[in-house]
Design a protein around this ligand. Sequence first.
Ligand code: ATP
Length: 140
Amino acid sequence: MKKQFAIIGLGRFGSSISKELYHMGHEVFAIDIDEKKVNAVKDYATSTYVGNGTDEALLTNIGIRNFDHVIVAIGDDIQASILTTLHVKDFDVPNVWVKAQNDYHHKVLEKIGADRIFHPEKEMGSRIAAYLTSDTVLDY
Ligand code: ATP
């Protein structure tokens, strides 16, 4: 079934999620503060917006409360990530998934109600280690 996703923050992580979901046939609303990042995903999103995720008026205008899934993929600016998550949760979005930069960031996100918290680099490292040591990897 076709779902609607909003992705806030279009770095490597956010933009690759946008492309995958869009190719899977879902509706993707992509938002970033940087116009160049927004232009880079234009072909892989249903709609795009240049704007600040911490801006409640922007979130209201794009109708964030109607989304079932919002992904906050803001990286280095932890304050912006937290504030954006807080606003999105205040709009009662049921599934808010957020990229965390470190363990302190993770703890705060948990406290403010993020539904799923990612550590992409860490998770990918664990996966690759498991894959490399699994019996199914062929040894050339
Ligand atoms: P990645 O690993 O996904 O490339 P990163 O951890 O290097 O990300 P950044 O590049 O700092 O993180 O942030 C990811 C994206 O979030 C960037 O495209 C940046 O422009 C965007 N961003 C930062 N602050 C905001 C904000 N307040 N609102 C919307 N987008 C933002």
